[in-house]
Design a protein around this ligand. Structure first.
Ligand code: ADP
Ligand code: MG
Length: 103
């Protein structure tokens, strides 16, 4: 969902639609490209995000930024956090995407 205006329901719709699709039996990948990471934290707990980010990394475009590179996974698919809802996997975001977007 690509619309920069905030507070219009992008995150709520994306997360709920992903959960709905998963519940209906569709294998679903929710990709959080928003550095505010609200979709990510709608799906996983803060401590799980910290552990996952440390071990496997976060949103891959972030790998273009020097400060993110050290956290990148060895295999790209490892960045996916499996089973955040039934049939739903997540590519978690990271606040550092702000600098990737704006620099
Ligand atoms: N259908 C809805 N009914 C009531 N409140 C909603 C609905 N969709 C979103 N909200 C609320 O509106 C606010 C903004 O939604 P959010 O999805 O975070 O917007 P965005 O991602 O576009 O910035 C949040 O507090 C969210 O809980
Ligand atoms: Mg949002």
């Amino acid at each position: 969902m690509c619309q920069s205006k905030s507070g219009v329901g992008k995150t709520a719709i994306s997360v709920n639609f992903a959960a709905y699709c998963g519940r209906e039996g569709m294998r679903t990948l929710l990709v959080d490209c928003d550095p505010q990471t609200n979709a990510t934290f709608s799906c996983i707990r803060g401590e799980d995000w910290v552990e996952h980010a440390k071990q496997y990394g976060t949103m891959p475009p972030c790998s273009g930024a020097e400060h993110c590179r050290r956290d990148q996974p060895q295999r790209r698919e490892d960045v996916i956090k499996k089973g955040v809802f039934k049939n739903v996997d997540l590519v978690p975001s990271h606040i550092s995407l702000f600098s990737w977007i704006w620099t």
